[in-house]
Design a binder for this molecule. Structure first.
Ligand SMILES: NC(=O)C1=CN([C@@H]2O[C@H](COP(=O)(O)OP(=O)(O)OC[C@H]3O[C@@H](n4cnc5c(N)ncnc54)[C@H](OP(=O)(O)O)[C@@H]3O)[C@@H](O)[C@H]2O)[C@@H](O)CC1
Ligand SMILES: Nc1ncnc2c1ncn2[C@@H]1O[C@H](COP(=O)(O)OP(=O)(O)O)[C@@H](O)[C@H]1O
Ligand SMILES: [K+]
Length: 512
């Protein structure tokens, strides 16, 4: 499913109407009808509704909802935030239908506050069709006043059409005041405000409905962002061939696991094996080799030189060249730690890894001292920062990252040529060509140390199986999030990273 900026949504509408010849009124009728259907699913009996309509096309959707609820036997009153003369052609037509059918339509210019408030307080449902993607800047009167009154009235249920009035479609900012919705029905595509804080907290549940926009419109002008779903990568998640063998599914090297952090590399390695990779070697400092070997049964263990402190030194083992040629993918970072000569070490790793390379955790912190190290890479590099690591990479703060996750991820991908997997409650995957995928499958059960190490392993495993990064990254993030959800037995308080690993198989099975 596509995710649009306001401009992309306008371009899609324009192409559909002006080039494909779909009448705008048909799209508006479909939008309003499908939004009504979502409401009627929740309320089996006729109720009392107040519909607030603006003069733009969002208001037109509102008039369609008002008429449809009225026809379904609901008691409906409509309040309009401007004059008939300001209405767009389609909006005016649907306004006229409401009048012709005898619906109560009132105009609000700030004078009839008592009347509107009483109406809102009596309503079971308020439909917010004041502003959608056409909003510009801080709310002006009388819209601001109407928004404030809805929030004051605290109606039982608020349905927002496309977006709650008062949220900026693209930045997710609040434009002074915003309607607190229980359900937002978005038309044809997702919009950024459904994901970005603080706007997303005003949306309630978000459902996207079809408005009859032909697929050709999306193919003609593909937006830059998609919401993650299996249709994006399902072709690569195929049943395993009965003729396959371990060599078919690649060999992954996991580098990390310093003293006190062995578990991180262990989790990555096990997650990779549970995600179908043929073979895993876990590279740990020499001093940790014996401990790791007793911990893992299914993975190979390779001891790297260390200084006795449990950290890697800035050197490569003597047999690295011969060994490296056997790995299809390298992941570095989980439990790696910081060590003297780390920058030279990472530079060498970047040069000599002849396949995809995933950098996580401290490998990212080392990289943040000099992003130009990545410019030598010919094969895909994938960075999987959490917001703290991302802040170090861009030389900003966590607040900067969280205020604009999608923008910072996109900019870093374009700047470095790496694929960025910016983790969080919704993870952003940004590719160097500007495209982005947004993931919504995760669970707060994953907000616990070790979850990220699992993701690194899953991603490394899919890459080692020859899946291109454009599919492997969204596939790993999606299945990791789903495994996190499936791992919840009694409470999301209690999920361990190892239980997420145990549920990778279920997630893959349910998606195959
Ligand atoms: N196009 C299509 O085919 C389809 C579009 N669809 C629907 O159309 C919606 C987009 O419609 P849109 O572009 O008309 O914009 P919309 O959100 O109604 O707002 C414009 C109005 O808001 C006003 N306004 C702006 N900022 C303001 C502020 N800060 N404070 C106060 N007022 C402000 C602005 O006033 P003006 O600035 O012109 O004075 C103007 O009157 C979209 O979200 C979807 O619901 C669906 O029906 C499917 C088919
Ligand atoms: N509230 C949340 N909702 C959904 N997913 C989350 C949430 N918090 C964390 N996650 C996911 O859990 C993982 C945490 O990664 P990270 O912080 O690197 O953990 P660690 O390095 O300790 O293993 C990421 O994949 C992130 O997207
Ligand atoms: K709205």
């Amino acid at each position: 499913m596509v995710l649009c900026t306001a401009q992309e949504a306008r371009d899609l509408d324009r192409y559909t109407i002006e080039v494909l010849g779909m009448p705008g009124a048909a799209l508006m009728e479909n939008a309003g009808q499908n939004a009504t259907r979502m409401l009627l699913k929740r309320f089996s009996e006729a109720k009392r509704a107040v519909v607030l309509s603006g003069t733009g096309n969002n208001g037109g959707d509102g008039f369609v909802v008002a008429r449809s609820l009225f026809s379904a036997g609901w008691k409906v009153s409509v309040w309009v935030s401007g004059q008939v003369e300001k209405m767009s052609l389609e909006t005016r037509a649907f306004y006229q239908v409401c009048r012709n059918m005898g619906l109560a339509v009132s105009f609000f210019d700030g004078d009839r506050k008592e009347e509107l408030l009483t109406d809102l307080q009596k309503a079971d449902v308020v439909v917010d069709a004041l502003l959608g993607t056409g909003v510009r800047g801080a709310l002006r009167e009388p819209v601001r006043c109407m928004v404030q009154m809805v929030n004051e009235a605290e109606p039982g249920f608020v349905l927002a059409l496309d977006a709650p009035t008062g949220v900026d479609t693209d930045t997710g900012a609040i434009l002074g005041e915003a309607i607190q919705a229980d359900l937002t029905v978005s038309f044809a595509t997702w919009k950024w405000c459904h994901y970005l804080l603080p706007a997303s907290e005003f949306c309630g549940e978000v459902r996207v409905v079809d408005i009859g926009m032909p697929e050709e419109a999306i193919h003609h002008q593909p937006p830059q962002t998609w919401v993650n779903d299996p249709s994006l990568w399902h072709d690569h998640l195929t049943p395993r061939s009965p003729w396959s063998h371990k060599g078919t599914y690649g060999h992954l090297l996991v580098l990390g696991g310093s003293k006190g952090m062995l578990g991180a590399a262990y989790l990555s390695g096990m997650a990779a094996l549970k995600s179908g990779v043929g073979m895993v070697t876990i590279g740990v400092p020499h001093g940790q080799e014996a401990s790791m070997a007793t911990k893992v049964t299914e993975a190979l263990v390779w001891g790297w030189p260390d200084e006795g402190s449990g950290l890697f030194i800035g050197d490569f083992p003597s047999d690295w060249e011969e060994r490296f040629s056997r790995f299809h993918v390298v992941t570095a970072g989980p439990g790696l730690g910081r060590f003297s000569g780390e920058k030279a070490w990472l530079e060498r790793l970047l040069h000599c890894t002849d396949g995809p390379l995933v950098l996580d955790a401290d490998a990212l912190n080392i990289l943040s001292s000099d992003l130009s190290m990545l410019q030598f890479r010919k094969k895909p590099t994938i960075l999987t920062p959490h917001p703290g690591e991302m802040a170090r990479l861009i030389g900003g703060t966590v607040k900067d990252v969280e205020a604009s996750r999608h923008r910072v991820a996109k900019e870093l991908a374009e700047k470095t040529g790496a694929t960025i997997v910016l983790k969080g409650s919704f993870t952003v995957i940004a590719f160097p060509d500007g495209r982005q995928v947004l993931n919504g499958t995760a669970s707060p059960a994953l907000a616990k140390a070790g979850s990220g190490d699992v993701l690194t392993g899953v991603l490394g495993a899919f890459l080692a199986q020859g899946i291109p990064v454009e599919s492997a990254a969204p596939m790993a993030v999606y299945l990791h999030g789903m495994a996190g959800r499936l791992a919840v037995r009694s409470s999301d308080y209690s999920v361990l990273a190892s239980e997420v690993i145990d549920n990778l198989g279920n997630a893959i099975h349910q998606t195959l």
